[in-house]
Design a protein around this ligand. Structure first.
Ligand SMILES: N[C@@H](CCC(=O)N[C@@H](CS)C(=O)NCC(=O)O)C(=O)O
Length: 203
């Protein structure tokens, strides 16, 4: 097995990499670590951030999920990260946009999924949900123009927000209508790598 993906699958950032490995057709093994599984000294020697995911690809160690997506696509599936500079930049843009979106969704996710009902900060959850709804209007406008965030075909630019969109649609929160995001989510749900690695229980 040339590729090892380290990280529990119920992590947004691990989901990205596990899904990408399927899209890129890479034979791989995922090993649980982080969260309830804790960390080992051997893992922390590879990734001093105490975070997941990390990959080992024939001895090459890499962490930071979006950097991993770019590396895997470039090495194993170049069509998922095109040579054309502008097509690549447009896909990259949505990958970086996800790192701005994630903090907006954090309080809703953590408050509902990882916090006991009695301890929930309902105002923080509602505020987080409202901000997500506003940000999703930007995604909706982009997806009104093209079927994929990466353009005319699915590419790695769709993966980071694809993972966060599943959480958005699954959380018990108020969601404004975002019809183009919904149609894109339906297209994502038809992809086996998404169904198997992303659409798992949020817990
Ligand atoms: N920027 C990093 C963030 C990684 C990150 O925050 N991972 C979370 C899970 S989504 C984590 O490791 N949490 C601690 C844990 O699971 O023990 C990346 O994209 O890889």
């Amino acid at each position: 097995m040339s590729l090892i993906i380290w990280g529990r699958l119920n992590s947004h950032n691990v989901k990205k990499v596990a899904w990408a490995a399927v899209e890129a057709g890479i034979d791989h093994e995922r090993r649980d670590i982080g969260g309830k599984f804790g960390f080992t000294d051997a893992y922390l020697a590879m990734n001093p951030n105490r975070l997941i995911p990390t990959i080992e690809d024939d001895g090459f160690v890499l962490w930071e999920s979006n950097a991993i997506l770019r590396y895997l696509a470039a090495k194993y599936a170049p069509a998922l990260w095109p040579d054309d500079l502008r097509a690549r930049a447009l896909a990259d843009r949505w990958m970086d946009w996800q790192t701005s979106y994630a903090p907006a969704q954090f309080n809703a996710f953590w408050g509902i999924v990882r916090t006991a009902p009695a301890d929930r900060d309902l105002a923080a959850i509602a505020a987080s949900a409202a901000t997500c709804g506003e940000k999703m209007a930007i995604l909706d406008a982009a997806l009104a123009e093209k079927p994929w965030l990466s353009g005319d075909s699915f590419r790695i630019g769709d993966i980071p927000m694809g993972v966060y969109a599943h959480t958005w649609f699954t959380l018990d929160i108020e969601r404004p209508a975002r019809p183009h995001v919904e149609a894109w989510y339906e297209r994502l749900k038809a992809r086996p790598g998404y169904a198997d690695n992303v659409m798992i229980p949020l817990t």
